[in-house]
Design a protein around this ligand. Structure first.
Ligand code: PEP
Length: 255
């Protein structure tokens, strides 16, 4: 079943960019994505560049977002950036629970849930990332891990907070490795995620946008996006190359 949430391709620049290279990339995206219809497109940039992204993308219809946010709205949290601040200057999306933050910044399921709640509280669309490591997949624990990650957020936020949310299934072993989940593997987990949310509220589950992330490239995007429960992609490395990102977005707008 395709979701009612619509199609979306979001780029995750991670910790890459400079004023000069961003300008070039954004200008190429504005012209390359202008003729495309049938899907939404967005870029998630590092905090210092969000103002530049907002300016360069103004009026283009391309959305933009942050790669994380604080679970707090304001206060003595040195170095943190809140959802309230992001919303203040027009941010739409916030990635929550990316596996790099889970692994490198010690973000556990409860903190990820609190960040999801903070995004919602401030009118941002969370892009909640879930996914298993290679060891977990090899042990046959993919669904157990994904269910645990989802249930932690469900418990904190309530199923209503998932209305119109974006979830990204990103198997950790496929991120930045050049190794993609097969369309059947990705579809299987996406169907599992939609089914799990349906058990809490079928109407809310129908509004989810489910992205696949993990080494999506122009050569594999169309086949992934053709799967019934894959609504688009969260794109890392290929989102830094204008031609590749545009080609992936073309595949989503066709599919
Ligand atoms: C990501 O950073 O979320 C990602 C999916 O990266 P890549 O496309 O490079 O695997």
């Amino acid at each position: 079943m395709k979701s009612g949430g619509g199609r979306l391709v979001a780029g995750n620049w991670k910790m890459h960019g400079s004023l000069a290279t961003n300008r070039q990339l954004l200008k190429a995206l504005v012209s390359g994505l202008a003729p495309l219809h049938g899907a939404e497109f967005a870029v998630c940039a590092p905090f210092p560049y969000l103002a530049q992204v907002a300016t360069e993308l103004a009026g283009s219809g391309i959305g933009w977002g942050a790669q994380t946010l604080s679970e707090h709205d304001a206060g003595a949290f040195t170095g943190e950036v809140s959802g309230e601040m992001l919303k203040d200057f027009g941010c739409t999306y916030a990635i929550v629970g990316h596996s790099e933050r889970r692994q490198l910044n010690g973000e556990g399921d409860v903190l990820v849930g609190s960040k999801f709640v903070a995004a919602r509280r401030n009118g941002l669309v969370p892009i909640l990332c879930v996914g298993e490591t290679l060891e977990e997949r090899d042990r046959g624990e993919t669904e157990v891990v994904v269910a645990r990650q989802l249930d932690a957020v469900l418990k904190l936020a309530g199923v209503g907070a998932f209305r119109g949310a974006v979830l990204a299934y990103e198997p950790v072993w496929a991120i930045g490795t050049g190794r993609t989940a097969t369309p059947a593997q990705a579809q299987g987990v996406h169907a599992f995620i939609r089914d799990r949310l349906s058990r809490s509220d079928a109407a809310v589950a129908a509004t989810l946008t489910l992205l696949y992330g993990g080494s999506v490239k122009p050569g594999n995007a169309a086949e992934l996006f053709a799967q019934p429960d894959i609504d688009g992609g969260l794109i890392g490395g290929a989102s830094l190359v204008a031609g590749d990102f545009v080609a992936i977005c073309e595949a989503a707008s066709r599919g």
